[in-house]
Write a protein of this length. Sequence first.
Length: 156
Amino acid sequence: AMRHLPYFCRGEVVKGFGRGSKELGIPTANFSEQVVESFPSDIPTGIYYGWACVGNGDVHKMVLSIGWNPFYKNIKKSVETHIIHTFKEDFYGEILSIVITGYIRPEKNFDSLDALISAIQEDIEEAKRQLDLPEHLKLKEDNFFHLPEGKIVNNH
Ligand code: ADP
Ligand code: MG
């Protein structure tokens, strides 16, 4: 999984499958199918971490899942970012910029909702710890996150 990292990506936030991530307290900003298709086809599914920024806002820690997309009968992937920050409002339609810096674990099935939620909480804690290490922290300051001022960035 590390071969493709760090991986930089920018794209519009679209509506997901309404699986109720937000109700679990872990909303995930979904990338469009077009952006997902631009990922290396051999990047493993699983849970990753890195840095994320909405529009030209602040850069925050994030956890990301690359999974099989139920909407396409699990033949296509989905990429969903949970930003470790509390936002005042939703940001559908905005441009999300991310850099994926590390891998946590493969996709798993859970016996209960509680087990799923605690696994995600552990992923978040692991991401927070890893991202404080110099090799990951340095990417927070990457020029990728500094969009040219006054320039409208669309569809990439
Ligand atoms: P959907 O199925 O449409 O993706 P979710 O329940 O996963 O719905 O919620 C995702 C949406 O929540 C994002 O598109 C974004 O607009 C909003 N949101 C608010 N806070 C966050 C956050 N911390 N991380 C990711 N998305 C967030
Ligand atoms: Mg989502």
